[in-house]
Design a protein around this ligand. Structure first.
Ligand code: ADP
Length: 499
């Protein structure tokens, strides 16, 4: 492996030297039972970073068995206070190795090193700490029953063995979102990272051992969706599956879950409206729009990809936006001056460039970008130009379908009602943005938009205490905050006869 941008961190070199990378099952790193491996690719260069053992049905079976044994055995004996300590220790270890994690994430996913350093890694640490705190704070209630001489109370119990299937856009952060809450509530986990980006989850696995979690509590099995993912979501001894990814895959997960009626939570895609009113702080809105679409190369489920601009300022605002977007510096994520990296994979490059062609055929006008990016340092990687499409209407495919790339469709609107109507004219409902200085307008639009999160005069702000999830076909279940605990606990009612 080569990298021209920057020397790799010695810990990254050491981690990668030991290839093929093994999966974590029952507290040990093991090869796949089939011996099969797959390559994980550096999207900035197309080069192989490492080989990874590929989990298949048999490996998933072994991981689920280990999780079940831990759940019914050792893990039950660990007190809430000790679960809190273990999760905090894991957070400390990630923080101690933050620079290594950031580099590994950038290498595997392509995102700019500044984003992995200042967003992915610290948010992952925060998430482990936040849910660590819940381990000894969630509790049942006593019930004011009227029905005879009884005492009744509830217990909050873990669900059991949880399968967690995550995407490639925020590999470490998604692992943290999923694992922290489940483990804090006393569940055991089998995590399947995305096949494109398995490395930081496997490094996390090393720290899980170092932190002292009992064997089998957290198992990490990289593999493909149709094999390992399907095996996990259809497994008869998995009590719950939590999934983040495309809505089409979400439908398959629900179908696969019916065998034992396992619980399902889904965090799916979006086509989020970002609404700019004439009376907004337009400079702030401009920067906010850029962040909302081009952060992480646009590979963000809540990206504000439908930009609604009030008609009076549409041409001016979209023109300024395009000028700014033309200046975004593309390059390998490891180069600290890079503002936008490559897409994660060749498949993703094909998908996004396919939508660029569709947009042009539909009559949209690419004011900025519109093509695969070219250049000496870009040709081997999966780079695409950051793109602003003007002349878009809300019925076009580029306004209705999730592109999952750095492409914004700018659509004019007349007034508040029109903005809300068009904003809601989508099958998705994950997030939305509103830019206005009028406090009444801001809150009434936030209320009227059908979305799980609305940002007013900001975008893409996250905190572990803030629930995140979708309305409509963006899924169900909330991750973040107290609502996550619902996903990972079940309520038991106990009646005591006092007569
Ligand atoms: P993308 O197309 O952007 O990769 P996916 O929804 O396909 O999004 O992938 C998200 C996660 O779902 C990945 O870990 C992937 O391996 C997994 N996955 C894909 N297909 C299936 C499936 N049929 N069953 C279970 N998991 C799947």
């Amino acid at each position: 492996m080569t990298t021209t941008q920057q020397e790799l961190h010695p810990a990254v070199v050491k981690f990668l030297s030991n290839s093929p990378k093994k999966m974590l099952i029952n507290g040990e790193f093991v090869a796949s039972k089939s011996g099969k491996t797959f390559d994980t690719i550096n999207p900035a260069t197309g080069e192989v970073i490492a080989k990874v053992y590929e989990a298949d049905k048999e490996d998933i079976d072994a991981a689920v068995k280990a999780a079940r044994t831990a759940f019914e055995g050792e893990w039950k004996k660990v007190t809430p206070k000790d679960r809190e300590k273990l999760l905090n220790r894991l957070a400390d270890l990630i923080e101690k190795n933050a620079a290594e994690f950031a580099q590994l994430e950038t290498l595997d996913n392509g995102k700019p090193i500044n984003e992995s350093t200042f967003a992915d890694v610290p948010l992952s640490v925060d998430n482990f700490r936040y849910f660590a705190g819940w381990a000894n704070k969630i509790h049942g209630e006593t019930l004011p029953v009227s029905n005879g001489n009884y005492f009744a109370y509830t217990l909050r119990e873990p669900v059991g063995v949880v399968g967690q299937i995550i995407p490639w856009n925020f590999p470490l952060l998604m692992a943290a979102w999923k694992i922290a809450a489940a483990v804090a509530m006393g569940n055991c986990v089998v995590l399947k990272p995305a096949e494109q980006t398995p490395l930081t989850a496997l490094r996390l696995g090393e720290l899980i051992i170092e932190a002292g979690f009992p064997k089998g509590v957290i198992n990490i099995c990289p593999g493909f969706g149709e094999t390992a993912g399907a095996a996990l979501s259809s497994h008869m001894d998995v009590d719950k599956v939590a999934f983040t990814g495309e809505y089409i895959t979400g439908r398959k997960i629900i179908q696969a879950s019916t065998g034992n009626l396992k619980r399902v939570s889904l965090e799916l895609g979006g086509k989020s409206p970002n609404v700019v009113f004439t009376d907004g702080d337009l400079d702030a809105a401009l920067s906010g729009c850029i962040g909302s679409v081009f952060f992480n190369q646009g590979q963000v489920c809540c990206a504000g990809t439908r930009l609604f601009v009030e008609k009076k300022i549409y041409d001016d605002f979209v023109g300024k936006l395009s000028d700014r977007v033309k200046g975004i510096k593309l390059g390998a994520g490891l180069d600290p001056s890079t503002q936008m990296g490559p897409l994660v994979s060749e498949e993703q490059l094909k998908r996004v460039t396919g939508y660029l062609d569709i947009g042009k055929k539909e009559g949209a006008n690419p004011l900025a970008g519109g093509n695969r990016a070219k250049g000496e340092h870009l040709d081997k990687g999966y780079f695409v130009e950051p793109t602003v499409f003007a002349n878009v209407n809300n019925k076009m495919r580029i306004a209705q379908e999730e592109i999952f790339g750095p492409v914004v469709s700018a659509i004019p609107f007349n007034d508040v009602n029109d903005a809300v109507f068009q904003g809601n004219e989508t099958t998705y409902g994950l997030a939305a943005g509103v830019w206005t200085k009028d406090i009444k307008k801001a809150h009434s639009v936030a209320k009227a938009l059908k979305a799980g999160t609305v940002w007013i005069n900001c975008y893409n702000v996250f905190d572990p205490c803030a629930p995140f999830g979708g309305f409509k076909q963006s899924g169900f279940g909330r991750e973040g905050g107290i609502h996550t605990l619902e996903l990972y606990t079940q309520v038991k009612t106990v009646w005591v006869n006092l007569s």
